[in-house]
Design a protein around this ligand. Structure first.
Ligand code: HEM
Length: 211
């Protein structure tokens, strides 16, 4: 192990990445984005399904005051971006109201737990940058035409992630807090897996959520 590895291995972020690595790989597989995004309809179904998770999840996060820890949650919420995308992709307010929402979301018993949830949704914005470029190349979807969610922070994604990591490392400095954050991150991945796992996929790319 090099000195750099040693330093990284002491960070909570490294611990979370290690603990959730297998779940991340399973999620990537079950999302099957390459297959689903062969058509704009298939992509729209992905956005609708994501909204079904982010809407209740962020309603729960909004109950926690993270401002005291130095995190401005308002600027990090993503359900609004998903709504913008759904509208751009042709969903009416009535279609959106009829979309299914996840019943199982992480339970936040302590404000610190929110940092474990945020690890998952803020981390996903890193992978989102790769997806965003693919969407534009394959479907000509840009942040103005249905790709706002995956574009997320755009050029500011690095600094936004580092600001979150600074709060994560400071707040998770005690063994008890670190254990809570890890449990919440694992639980959040399990909620995403359950929600995406119970979603049947029509290879023809039919928007099954509207069926
Ligand atoms: C097809 C779907 C996905 C792809 C291709 C993907 C890809 C990636 C990539 C390339 C990174 C590393 C980015 C970097 O270090 O700059 C990353 C990080 C991450 N992704 Fe994903 N991702 C996908 C889905 C998801 C989903 C659905 C979630 C959770 C809801 C998620 C959670 C995370 C987390 C937490 C990290 C940060 C790991 C760390 O470095 O600590 N990803 N993803």
């Amino acid at each position: 192990m090099t000195q750099a590895d040693l330093l990284r291995s002491e960070s909570l972020r490294f611990r979370l990445r290690h603990a959730t690595d297998a779940a991340h790989r399973r999620l990537e597989e079950s999302l099957a984005l390459q297959d689903r995004c062969r058509s704009t309809e298939g992509y729209a179904a992905v956005i609708a399904r994501m909204w079904g998770m982010y809407a209740p999840l962020e309603a729960e996060l909004a109950r926690v005051d993270l401002g005291a820890l130095g995190l401005d949650m308002e600027s990090r919420f993503k359900a609004g971006w998903l709504l913008t995308d759904l509208a751009a992709l042709g969903f009416s307010a009535r279609d959106i109201a009829a979309l299914p929402r996840a019943a199982r979301i992480p339970v936040l018993d302590d404000p610190v737990d929110a940092l474990g949830v945020l690890y998952v949704v803020e981390g996903a914005s890193l992978g989102g940058q790769v997806i965003s470029r693919q969407l534009e190349a394959r479907l000509s979807v840009t942040s103005q035409s249905g790709g706002r969610f995956f574009a997320s922070y755009g050029a500011r994604v690095g600094e936004t992630w580092r600001a979150y990591l600074a709060v994560l490392e400071a707040t998770g400095a005690t063994p008890d807090a670190a254990a809570r954050i890890e449990a919440a991150a694992l639980d959040t991945f399990a909620c995403f897996e359950a929600w995406l796992g119970e979603w049947s996929f029509d290879p023809a790319g039919r928007p099954e959520v509207l069926a």
